[in-house]
Write a protein that binds this ligand. Structure first.
Ligand SMILES: *Cc1c(COP(=O)(O)O)cnc(C)c1O
Length: 372
């Protein structure tokens, strides 16, 4: 059975009429950028995350960049993050003029290893960006305690973990600010590009609102240099509808992961994802580690089963970051993960038969690779 890696058509088919009616309302309203549909979604998303504010922006990258700018991070500053992420995390730091300082990840959850923070700290350190990777939070308690001890800000890169919880609280609400992406393939996805910053800090939320709108504190009065980072109302309207399906989508992802666990545990040559203590997982990505990825991908290709690799290269080994002078060997856990990760389809609309055929193909490939 052919199984695609993602299927956004299947996600939108049951709500297409609802979306189209909302788009018609946006068109008739004549308000397209940072208007009432964005404001309504911001209110709903803040309530969902359990924060006082959500500020809609143009993308997840905008959310990170605006957050760093609003915190005054700039040239000469350092921000601690992980090399095992999508490149946007580091890019946002670099675009402010600050330097990303990487630390390795925990080999069980693939999120920031808090024990390594102390070694990365310098007098220039301003903030920490833990990445809530693949659908679960990093171990936030020790990260937050370290930040408090040293007067650092904590920005959650929550772009892959909409709705996940840590200590019973929603991801995004744990640090000083939470940055979300609504890129279409994320657990909560727009019909295009969008993002949001969530926070409990009134003054900080106001700063983000001003920065996303050309530094405009009132009409034609530009108090600071900002840029155009507004969310558009078509996205606000679509996200307002899709937010209502986020929890059921996450539950479906979780049940697919449980089924993979049931069908694949004990298979030699692969490591299944683990959920850390004190948190819930929303499986944006279902990454397994495999001893022989080349063989597994050949079998999946033959059978028409989609897969992804998130990510084939850690950020410090990307050409764009060669200037930092970090070599292979600098972050062994991240490097081993990029060499062995393989992401199985886990989108909500998968059928039980599709999950079974993915698991059967993985089983077949791993068994064959042991006997040859
Ligand atoms: C998707 C993603 C981003 C960037 O979001 P965009 O909306 O594509 O700009 C940032 N960080 C992580 C971890 C992501 O997965």
């Amino acid at each position: 059975m052919k199984v695609p890696f993602t299927d956004l058509k299947a996600q939108h088919a049951p709500i297409k009429e609802e979306l189209c009616r909302a788009f018609e309302m946006v068109i008739d309203s004549g308000e397209f950028a940072g208007g009432p549909f964005v404001a309504r979604f911001e209110k709903d998303f803040a309530a969902y995350c359990g924060t006082r504010h959500a500020v809609g922006v143009g993308s997840g990258t905008d959310a990170l960049r605006l957050t760093l700018a609003a915190m005054g991070v700039g040239p000469g500053d350092e921000v601690i993050t992980v090399p095992m992420s999508f490149i946007a995390t580091a890019e946002a730091i670099s675009l402010t003029g600050a330097k990303p300082v990487f630390i390795d990840i925990d080999p069980a959850t693939y999120t920031m290893d808090p024990a390594l923070l102390r070694k990365a700290l310098s007098r220039k350190t301003k903030a920490i960006i833990p990445v809530q990777l693949f659908g679960q939070a990093a171990d936030m308690d020790p990260i937050l305690a370290f930040a408090r001890e040293h007067g650092l800000r904590v920005i959650e890169d929550a772009a892959q973990s909409h709705g996940a919880e840590y200590g019973g609280r929603k991801v995004g609400s744990l640090g000083d600010a939470g940055c979300f992406s609504f890129y279409p393939a994320k657990n909560l996805g727009a019909i295009g590009e969008a993002g949001a910053v969530v926070t409990d800090d009134d003054a900080f939320a106001e700063k983000i609102r001003i920065l996303r709108d050309h530094g405009q504190s009132r009409k034609h009065h530009h108090s600071v240099i900002g840029w155009n980072g507004r969310m558009d109302d078509i996205q606000g309207a679509a996200l307002g509808i899709k937010l209502r399906y986020l929890d059921s989508g996450n539950e479906a992802r979780l049940s697919h992961a449980a089924e993979y666990e049931r069908l694949l545990s004990g298979i030699e040559g692969i490591v299944l994802p683990a959920t850390g203590r004190n948190r819930s997982h929303v499986f944006h990505i279902h990454a397994i580690r495999c001893a022989d990825r080349g063989h597994l991908t050949r079998v999946l290709d033959e059978q028409g089963i989609g897969y992804g690799i998130h990510y084939p290269t850690p950020i410090h080994l990307q050409p764009a970051y060669q200037f930092l002078g970090l070599q292979r060997g600098a972050f062994p856990v991240s490097e081993n993960c990029t060499d062995t990760f393989l992401s199985l389809p886990v989108y909500p609309e998968l059928t039980p038969a599709q999950v079974e055929s993915v698991a059967a193909a993985v089983t077949e490939a791993c068994t064959a690779c042991l006997t040859t």
